[in-house]
Write a protein that binds this ligand. Structure first.
Ligand SMILES: CC(C)(COP(=O)(O)OP(=O)(O)OC[C@H]1O[C@@H](n2cnc3c(N)ncnc32)[C@H](O)[C@@H]1OP(=O)(O)O)[C@@H](O)C(=O)NCCC(=O)NCCS
Length: 152
């Protein structure tokens, strides 16, 4: 059964920080409530970011999506999904699709024509999900991270 009539899609508020932190574990990024609150506070203060949540009718948050405007010197601005997760208990019910529709609307309203998502190769389900939503794979990349401030 689809859940589309049984969920509410809305912009996140600071009060959602605990639920967002809980769900981040399902994404593989554990976070404390304080960390989640601090990040959310910074993100919600910017017009160039949106965090959207999916809630059951009793208010339980079962999914969230973060979308932001990405700027490059060498290319037109585009939008990118920074994180996207639906609770393991509520997958394959159309909730991800509804969250995505809200994120895409936010992008369209900004007049931005390109939306990108980076997804680990191991996220096989996510690949199928994004392809179903109309994304096409454009490149493979290496990702390099460095701890800044440490001695070389
Ligand atoms: C990817 C994710 C957000 C999808 O959310 P969801 O609510 O389950 O997605 P939907 O029910 O709206 O699925 C829409 C379509 O995507 C495809 N799809 C979704 N999950 C899939 C999976 N695991 N395997 C294959 N296809 C999948 C299906 O075609 C589905 O349509 P159908 O149900 O009519 O067949 C969710 O599985 C998730 O949170 N995964 C873990 C975190 C993650 O990978 N996030 C993306 C990070 S880049």
């Amino acid at each position: 059964m689809g859940y589309r009539d049984h969920i509410e899609i809305r912009g996140a508020v600071l009060n959602d920080a605990a639920a967002i932190a809980d769900l981040s574990v399902h994404l593989g990024y554990p976070a404390s409530i304080v960390q989640s609150e601090d990040r959310l506070k910074a993100i919600l203060g910017s017009d160039e970011h949106a965090v959207i949540v999916a809630c059951l009718l009793d208010g339980t948050v079962v999914g969230w999506a973060h979308v932001f405007v990405a700027f490059r010197v060498q290319a037109n601005r585009f939008a990118e999904l920074g994180g996207f997760v639906v609770s393991e208990l509520y997958r394959c019910k159309g909730i991800g699709t509804s969250l995505f529709a809200a994120a895409e609307k936010w992008v369209a309203e900004k007049g931005i024509k390109k939306l990108r998502v980076r997804s680990r190769m191991s996220r096989v389900g996510a690949k199928a999900f994004y392809e179903k939503l109309g994304f096409s794979e454009t490149k493979e990349q290496r990702v390099f991270d460095k701890t800044v401030g440490s001695e070389l």
